[in-house]
Design a protein around this ligand. Structure first.
Ligand code: FE2
Length: 432
């Protein structure tokens, strides 16, 4: 008697009518026609069942603070940072926790069960750190929440940030962040990358830096980050987040840079919604897209992730915790429109993001954690196209969120009485 069996599922790799048996928190079998019984059975006939979505780049200390203390009128990154600087001294632990927990509720409903959040350490009170450490503990049974010590106002530029970052790590924040393009000079930026990688190496921690989030083609801190990664033997443990300057760099320089990033096994995390909203702001026309060179990075064998970055905060008024919206934007901005590309994008939202985060025992395989999402779509490209409804979200073999099928009743002469978005188009045949 298993805990739960999901029957007749379509899998992201194209296999159909597969049964998935879950027991004692693990996937114990994925095969056709499992005869054993289970305490709970979910009929997923014709529905996609995937591992949960992961978000490798988010700001949970700022989420859902839209309008506090005022709205971002210019819509720029820099006004967002200034606005956050106004809000930050007024924050309380309780307010940070309350907003973050509300976001986690939303995330669970969207099948988003692993989130890496940057946490701003610029205010020496470290209210944000205290709050998010409490949230990490509160949600640990259903969300894998990773925290990055993030010096939003600059590691060398903001008074006290060097000390605050160390204190945040001492308190239990487990990843070292940075923002080299926001330091006073290029040289300070490069020194900050070196200093922060040294801290990570000494403490045995991972690194995840906001890196070159600018349209300046000469912002080349990703080069320093990759070189420091190799110097300290941190290969596979470092993420370069945003990397938007790469969009505008000289092609010859990028050909050398991408090879260095591949050598360093640096993960590249783009944030498609925020990149398309914030980059190119100094352009008239044509306006740059600004997102990093995702197809080229993938072609070089570099692991790419896609993050949500912001939901209703000083930088971004939109968003809903839906990683399929993130993927949909990535498809458009990177022009990844082929069938192979769209399947790749779905894979990034799940496996690619999990790899960037270093998650263990993640994935749709026997022996991995019993974490699944049942989607109201027949395959990954349909899920992306429709931003498919999450019919069931399963964590540790237990259903922790459910939704009704989305069906619209129609009152049209001579037409069917209802329409289900998933049935608008023929399913894609994926080689299984
Ligand atoms: Fe960010």
């Amino acid at each position: 008697m298993f805990d739960l069996i999901v029957r007749h599922a379509n899998l992201p790799d194209g296999r159909e009518a597969m049964d998935i048996a879950l027991n004692a928190g693990r996937i114990v079998a994925i095969e056709r026609g499992i005869t054993a019984e289970a305490r709970e059975v979910i009929d997923a006939t014709g529905l996609l069942v995937a591992p949960p979505f992961c978000d490798p780049h988010f700001h949970m200390d700022a989420t859902l603070s839209l309008g506090l203390p005022r709205l971002n009128r210019s819509g720029t990154l820099l006004e967002g940072i200034a606005l956050w600087g106004e809000l930050r001294p007024t924050l309380t632990v309780e307010a940070v926790v309350e907003r973050a927990l509300r976001y986690c509720d939303l995330a669970v409903a969207q099948g988003l069960l692993a989130i890496r959040s940057h946490v701003d350490i610029s205010d020496p009170r470290l209210v944000t750190v205290e709050g998010l450490l409490a949230v990490r503990e509160a949600v640990k049974d259903y969300i894998d929440l990773q925290l990055v010590a993030f010096p939003q106002d600059g590691y060398f530029r903001a008074p006290g940030a060097v000390d605050s970052l160390n204190r945040a790590l001492d308190m239990g924040v487990e990843i070292v962040g940075g923002i080299p393009h926001f330091e006073r000079t290029m040289d300070d930026g490069a020194r900050s990358v070196a200093a922060l990688c040294r801290i990570a190496a000494d403490r045995g921690l991972r690194v995840d830096m906001h890196c070159d989030e600018t349209d300046d083609p000469l912002s080349r801190h990703i080069e320093t980050l990759a070189a420091e990664t190799v110097r300290h033997g941190l290969e596979g443990r470092v993420v370069g987040s945003h990397l938007t300057s790469m969009h505008s760099m000289d092609n010859y320089y990028v050909s050398k840079l991408i090879a260095l990033m591949a050598e360093a096994k640096v993960h590249a995390v783009a944030n498609p919604l925020i990149n398309i909203m914030l980059q190119g702001r100094h352009d008239t026309y044509p306006k740059r897209r600004g997102m990093t060179r995702v197809p080229e990075l993938l072609k070089a064998g570099i692991n790419v992730g896609f993050g949500h970055d912001c939901v209703m905060d000083p930088w971004y008024a939109m968003g809903s915790g839906d990683m399929l919206e993130v993927g949909g934007m990535a498809i458009h901005v990177a022009q990844m429109g082929s069938i192979e590309d769209r399947l790749r994008v779905f894979d990034i939202l799940t496996n690619g993001n999990a790899t960037a985060m270093g998650l263990e025992d993640y994935g749709l395989e026997k022996g991995k954690k019993a974490d699944l999402v049942v989607l109201q779509a027949r395959d990954p490209v349909e899920a992306l196209r429709l931003r498919a409804n999450r019919l069931a979200v399963i964590k540790g073999g237990k259903v922790i969120a459910r939704a009704e099928r989305r069906v619209s009743a129609l009152a049209l002469p001579g037409r069917p009485g209802s329409v289900d978005g998933a049935l608008y188009a023929p399913a894609v045949k994926i080689a299984g």
